[in-house]
Design a protein around this ligand. Structure first.
Ligand SMILES: Cc1ncc(COP(=O)(O)O)c(C=O)c1O
Length: 510
């Protein structure tokens, strides 16, 4: 066993927090199967995380450390390169290496996967899984009735949906006489599957045929189905943190062990995921427009994620829930379209592009598992209502969907501007709002130290619906924020909503 005592200077050089007594820094075991560089990396990382080496402490040179530890310099260099790459060490060659002053805070919080939530108390006769499902928090506490209140996230402009056109298509289908009213294919109504395959290929760069498309009752059923078909209870899954509650709920329902993986400006950190759970069975991501932060996953990260999945023999579940609404730049092709190893299960929904009450979405699955998904889909509810599938197939096939999405893109951009303008003139110092290049909601940042859950509750009591960012986080949130949906509300409603928010926030101190 090798030890690095404090006399190396590793610790004593810290001007911030000198240790009171010599501390064993790293234990290395040359007889272990774990390579020495990996042991050194892990030992130093743990020492940093545990605060045994203070931020800002100078790190001895690789040459000195190699000599002290009786290791090759290569071994030390490899370990340090990894620590550099992950943000634990900083500095330039020749200028010295230091423990990062600002440690990757989110990595700190994501050190260990959280324990799966335990059901509070078991109700007689109900399974443990039933209690877990009841506790996931995605079921609204009260039935949703009436008009949505600003700024409820996740809603499209229901007021602008072409209802008459939809009614005409429905009537035409009923009158045509060729509507299949008996049981239909569990994978979906064939013309709709064909229309979806064409749509995702043209709009999202997916590579698929109609046989790979499984029609589901919205993305939620897709997530649930993917989790149950691809995972065994206890399997480990990477989940973006913060991330979508619906995904977390489906994974918990399947008995998965969730590993929250931090994000940065390029999306999910593949390096952090590999460090936390290198052999995870699945990664769940929303690369086009990460929910809830709005980050777009970079091309490099996408490739990194695909490479990891190939190496680890894992699945990637890609939730592409609102990619049609991108305002600034052209969207990157979906991960599914970049996947050459049949690792990606793609999930799309018509909840945003048509209306959420329709409850129709789709999976695009690799050909070798399409039959299994089809059979599992039959177990859920046999299939989605054929009449709605047929109307939707006509809506897509006759070009109405593409036209509607184009109109909504312009409308949502305008509504987003209305929210940003109103926010800038009325919410200065209270909520920080910046334009986003995609999506249907904005993240409104609150002053440091604010309890966003308490703010959201108070606003709800005053007629304003928001979602606190902390609700989407498993680890501690870096900053408090509210998610504000804008797509479903016209300029007047947005202005009034912001006025009311300002009034509430001005007079309320948490
Ligand atoms: C990240 C994410 N995925 C999927 C959905 C759509 O869910 P569904 O298709 O079940 O309505 C939403 C809706 O808010 C969402 O935010």
């Amino acid at each position: 066993m090798l030890m690095v005592p404090a006399k190396t200077g590793f610790l004593m050089a810290s001007s911030i927090r000198p240790p009171a007594r010599p501390v064993t820094l790293v234990n290395l075991d040359p007889s272990s199967e774990v390579p020495l560089y990996r042991q050194l990396y892990e030992g130093v990382r743990q020492a940093i995380l545990a605060g045994r080496i203070a931020p800002g402490a100078r790190v001895p040179s690789t040459r000195l450390l190699a000599a002290e530890l009786d290791l090759s310099r290569n071994t030390v260099t490899l370990a340090f390169e990894q620590l550099h790459a992950e943000g634990y060490l900083e500095g330039q060659p020749r200028a010295g290496t230091y423990v990062a002053r600002t440690l990757p805070e989110r990595l700190l919080s994501a050190r260990r996967p959280p324990p799966a939530p335990q059901p509070k108390s078991k109700v007689r006769g109900v399974s443990t899984r039933g209690m877990v499902l009841a506790g996931t928090g995605i079921c609204p506490s009260e039935p949703m009735t009436g008009l949505p209140r600003p700024f409820r996230p996740g809603l499209p402009a229901i007021d602008a949906f072409p209802r008459r056109l939809w009614a005409r298509l429905a009537l035409r289908r009923w009158r045509s006489g060729d509507l299949p009213l008996a049981y239909n294919d569990p994978a979906g109504f064939r013309p709709l599957r064909e229309a979806v395959a064409e749509h995702v290929a043209a709009i999202r760069g997916a590579t698929c045929g109609a046989d790979q498309v499984i029609i589901v009752s919205g993305s939620q059923q897709g997530l649930d189905l993917a989790a149950r078909v691809l995972l065994d209870p206890g399997d480990t899954v990477w989940l973006e943190d913060p991330g979508y509650l619906g995904t977390r709920a489906a994974l918990l329902g399947a008995g998965a062990r969730i590993v929250p993986v931090p994000l940065d400006h390029e999306g999910l950190s593949v390096t952090a995921g590999e460090r936390l759970a290198p052999d995870a069975r699945m990664a769940c991501v929303s690369p086009s427009h990460q929910y809830p932060t709005g980050v777009t996953m970079s091309a490099g990260r996408r490739l990194g994620l695909l490479r990891w999945a190939a190496r680890a023999n894992s699945w990637i579940v890609e939730d592409d829930y609102d990619s049609e609404f991108r305002y600034a730049s052209r969207p990157l092709a979906c991960l599914q379209g970049m996947d050459t190893e049949a690792r990606v299960v793609y999930i799309g929904t018509f909840s945003k592009t048509v209306f959420p009450g329709l409850r129709l979405g789709y999976l695009v699955v690799p050909p070798h598992v399409a039959g299994i998904f089809r059979a599992a889909r039959a177990v859920c509810d046999r299939h989605s209502p054929t009449i709605d599938q047929a109307i939707l197939a006509d809506f897509i096939g006759e070009g109405h969907l593409a036209r509607h999405v184009r109109r909504m893109r312009t409308l949502y951009q305008d509504r987003q501007s209305a929210l940003v303008e109103a926010g800038r003139s009325l919410l200065g110092g209270l909520v920080e709002l910046a334009p986003a290049e995609a999506g249907m909601h904005l993240v409104g940042w609150l002053p440091l130290g604010t309890d966003d859950g308490a703010v959201s509750d108070r606003l709800a009591a005053e007629g304003i619906d928001t979602l606190p960012l902390s609700r989407h986080s498993i680890g501690p949130c870096e900053r408090a924020a509210l998610l504000l949906g804008y797509a479903a509300f016209d300029r007047r409603a947005i202005r009034r909503g912001v006025e009311r928010m300002a009034a509430v926030l001005e007079r309320w101190k948490p």
